[in-house]
Design a protein around this ligand. Structure first.
Ligand code: ZN
Length: 235
């Protein structure tokens, strides 16, 4: 073998190896995951979640994959979420059918994502809410569905108010937290996920109003890898 051929082989071996390594590592930071209680690290002191929930007028957008509603107020006037002392500003709410996260290997009919941004460094936190169908119709989800736009790709201003507290589960004491990614392209990593264990309850009829819009817009489960999933439990 000529020396130059040997060098080419060697260089392509190095390139190929680092390439494989990258694709191999990518899934281990990704979302969603199965939140399996037999594998979570349970803590009673996992940090408090403090939410503000002042009503806001929203714009609504059908992006071709889901429908998201956003606060139209300036950043200083928006709702906030504080988690472990870090302040995040509310950005938007959207839905997935069925749920993206699983609880003990079982999915829920729907999952809501409230997306928050730390305005100082761009860090993302997603507050996830499972939705089940053993309750009564939720007025706030009704407001969202009534305002679903007919046209895709154009945000529509509404004259309707939205209050984030009205789409939270009745019991928010237990939740899971782990580091993952966005579940849509570009699948940005280092996203803080907080997932309430108890679902928000609605009806199958109300679920249908969302399913008629997007019936299967969830990302499949991703590998957990070496990540630790924390679970806050009440003493
Ligand atoms: Zn989402």
């Amino acid at each position: 073998m000529k020396l130059c051929t040997a060098i080419v082989f060697f260089v392509s071996f190095i390139t190929c190896y680092s390439c494989k390594k990258e694709t191999y590592q990518l899934p281990y930071d990704q979302s969603p995951i199965d939140l399996n209680e037999s594998l979570t690290l349970k803590k009673s002191q996992l940090g408090n979640i403090t939410l503000t929930a002042k009503p806001f007028y929203f714009s609504i957008l059908d992006n071709g994959y889901t429908v998201s509603l956003a606060d139209t107020a300036s950043i200083e006037n928006r709702n906030t979420l504080t988690f472990n002392g870090q302040l995040f500003t509310y950005e938007q709410t959207h839905f997935h059918i069925h749920s993206e996260h699983y609880l003990n290997s079982v999915f829920f009919p729907m999952e809501l994502h409230n997306v928050y941004i730390d305005e100082t460094n761009g860090a993302i936190l997603v507050l996830a809410i499972f939705v089940d169908i053993n309750g009564t119709s939720n007025k706030q989800l009704d407001t969202m569905a009534r305002n679903f736009p007919n046209v895709k790709g154009q945000p529509v201003m509404t004259q309707s108010l939205f209050t984030l507290n009205n789409i939270l589960p009745t019991d928010t004491s237990d939740y899971f937290s782990y580091t993952g990614s966005l579940t849509t392209p570009p699948y940005t990593g280092n996203v803080t996920w907080v997932v309430y264990k108890k679902p928000l309850e609605t009806t199958s009829g109300q679920l249908d109003t969302f399913t008629r819009k997007y019936a299967a817009n969830f990302r499949p489960l991703q590998e957990i890898g070496n990540r630790v999933v924390f679970e806050r439990i009440v003493d």
